[in-house]
Write a protein that binds this ligand. Structure first.
Ligand SMILES: [Zn+2]
Length: 458
């Protein structure tokens, strides 16, 4: 048995009572939390003792939407100032050149960045497989970094010649997509508590796959009890595409292809009306909110407050790094809080109307980034620091210049300029220690990544 004692920290548990301990700690056994409480209530010793005096400790952040490979195409000049459809059309031909080595390399870069931002579980959506690339390349790279991964077997089958958006060169035939999806579930999917790898079935978007593939994907996922994920209602362009091609708005189209249920979560879900929010609530669908990407691509502002009021599960995602162009999940927490406030402002909110009405708080934004994300991914073993849960957390030291004068250590990490984690721990194992990645060599990751990125655009 291996034990780790964390002590003397300001600890936010994110349990049902939002318990916060000014001098708290964790006692961890074999990767799971055995005890959580005041430091003086915990055992005195362990195999390893981590004294986090002056640090805030939070549950590990959960990233519900990303495209790791896009870290190779950040800030491409021709795609810097385009909206979604034009951005995609510019980048598809570049992505068609990706190799298995690029998938491996970009996965490590994205996960290293995520780990340094406090993330301990990430979902990735890989939806193109050029030049014999496989989801296996991503899973192998992730196991070296040490974060939990929900690897989505994405797909595109509706090319330009059939009325879709992507060029035919990056779409695949549907039989091989389904066969590969089944192979991956059988090979990697682990539904048990503490799972490091889960497989998700994830046709890319309404404008890049057929309705038939959506239906068959849902059938396959339900046969094996794995989750379903896709982009939905991201932009007004997509809404028009769905109405013209399928005779439904995006959410209606999902109902038509049997894509509603507590095993489904949608990335973005910006362009929805009140009835559609109720559809999500009734069927317990989840939403991956990606505020930075939505701002970067001028997609719109998702109605997070309405989702929350209706009881819809909401988590956060950094989205593909070419539409962010970073993988800093704590920065996403901050942007989620700020963008929710922008939405309040532009929808006529006035403090004088209701002085008791509160704007989204820092702790609420952190909830979305932790427990919200865990619920969206269907995980009961992560998202909060409670007995029996995975020992996934991150710690930030409070004596940084940007925190000087802050009067609330938890809010400081959201209201303040986003900083990197000093410690990130997954299942009791250190991924980041004293601000440094310990599972991979950061400099080597950067060098390998820049070389691959340069080749891709040459
Ligand atoms: Zn995306």
């Amino acid at each position: 048995m291996t034990t780790l004692l964390v002590k003397n920290a300001h600890l936010l548990t994110m349990d049902d009572h939002q318990t916060e301990l000014a001098d708290g700690g964790l006692f961890i056994e074999d990767g799971f939390i055995k005890l959580v409480g005041q430091t003086d209530s915990l055992p005195d010793t362990a195999d390893e003792v981590l004294d986090l005096t002056g640090h805030v400790v939070l549950p590990g952040l959960v990233n519900t939407h990303h495209h790791f490979y896009q870290t190779l195409t950040r800030a491409v000049p021709a795609a810097q100032d385009a909206n979604l459809f034009n951005w995609l059309k510019t980048l598809y031909p570049i992505w068609a050149r990706l190799t298995p080595h690029d998938i491996f390399t970009s996965t490590q870069t994205a996960l290293a960045e995520l780990a340094l931002s406090g993330c301990t579980t990430a979902s990735d959506h890989l939806y193109l497989y050029p030049n014999a690339s496989k989801l296996d390349d991503e899973i192998a790279a992730a196991s070296e970094v040490g974060l939990r991964i929900h690897a989505s077997r994405g797909s595109m089958s509706l090319g330009e010649s059939k009325g879709g958006l992507p060029p035919d060169s990056v779409v695949d035939d549907e039989d091989s997509i389904l066969k590969d999806s089944q192979r991956l579930i059988q090979k990697y999917h682990d539904p048990n508590p503490g799972s490091m790898v889960q497989i998700v079935i994830a046709p890319c978007s309404p404008f890049s796959v057929t309705g038939e593939l959506m239906k068959q994907s849902a059938q396959l996922a339900r046969e094996y009890g794995v989750h379903l994920h896709t982009h939905l209602a991201e932009t007004e362009d997509e809404e028009q595409f769905c109405v013209q091609k399928f005779g439904h708005r995006p959410v209606g189209y999902m109902q038509e292809v049997d894509w509603v249920g507590d095993d489904v979560w949608f990335a973005h879900a910006v362009w929805v009306n009140d009835q559609e929010i109720q559809v999500f609530a009734r069927h317990n669908c989840g939403v991956a909110h990606c505020p930075t990407s939505n701002m970067r691509l001028a997609s719109g502002i998702a109605p997070i407050k309405q989702y929350r009021n209706a009881g819809v599960k909401v988590g956060l995602g950094v989205d593909g790094s070419a539409s962010n162009d970073g993988s800093h999940l704590l920065a996403e927490v901050r942007n989620a809080m700020l963008l929710a406030r922008v939405k309040e402002g532009i929808t006529g909110y006035s403090l004088s109307d209701d002085p008791n009405r509160k704007l989204m708080t820092a702790r609420e934004a952190l909830y979305l980034g932790t427990r919200g994300g865990a619920a969206v991914l269907g995980r009961k073993d992560i998202g909060s620091l409670e007995t029996g849960k995975c020992a996934d957390f991150f710690a930030i030291k409070g004596d940084k210049l940007g925190f000087a004068g802050m009067h609330d250590p938890v809010s400081a990490v959201v209201f303040g300029q986003p900083v990197n984690a000093d410690y990130t721990v997954v299942g009791g194992k250190f991924i980041v220690k004293e601000g440094q990645l310990v599972t991979v060599d950061e400099q080597k990751v950067i060098e390998r990544h820049n070389k691959a990125a340069k080749r891709l655009l040459s």
